[in-house]
Design a protein around this ligand. Sequence first.
Ligand SMILES: [Zn+2]
Length: 263
Amino acid sequence: MTRWSVQQIRVGALTVTVLPLGEITATLSDWFAPDARAVPEGVFHLPVNALHVGGSGVSVLIDACDPALYPGAGQAGAVSACLGRAGIAPEGVTHVIITHGHHDHFCGLVSPREGPAFAGARHILSSLDWSNGSLTAEAQAADGKAADPAALERLFQLGLLDIGDSARPLPPEITLIDTPGETRGHCVVRIASGGEVLYFLADLFHVRAEIDDPTLCPVWADEPALRASRRRIITAIRRDNARFLCSHLPDVFSACAFAKASC
Ligand SMILES: [Zn+2]
């Protein structure tokens, strides 16, 4: 039984497929300062979403956890198999965008036994989350899941990981926007086609309470940087009258979600 289902969203001529590959179980009072307002109590189950953007000449994957490491969404199996069940040919993926260097966003990209899941794709990570052939200590330390950078190190050794600028340019419909705070290298993905815009905000917001109150920041974040990134992106979403979604929320939101936000 699947707690969350695969969703498909049309953005102009593109089809965006939301793949809830795994699940995080968390006590939100551990994520926010004790005096934080409006943080729900109790244990929460959050999806770990990957995104696929498809269209004519476009096949881009954004993030990918390993369903075996983040179980509970009923989709056990390799990431490429999940894509296949959604009707997407894994071998056609040209780029894999890793929004930031936290384990739940990249650990499904390399299998210890079978190697890279997308050997024909360029993998893209910000230079600000990378140093001396591995994730920065900052990116690893901030991840409560005790990040194991082995998957990214393997991609780097194989010459499949592009740090900063990609060796193969992204399709023009897809833009990366630097949004430091969750990690230094965290980025948001803007997808635009036919006058429609969808933002994938990754971990700019984790739970609904942060969208309602963008001053609410998790304890591991660089708070001034995260709040500044949120201000910029909220302005951009309103300007574009865009929809948006996040890594750990099942909903697709409209710009109206920020109606009561003051940040
Ligand atoms: Zn995450």
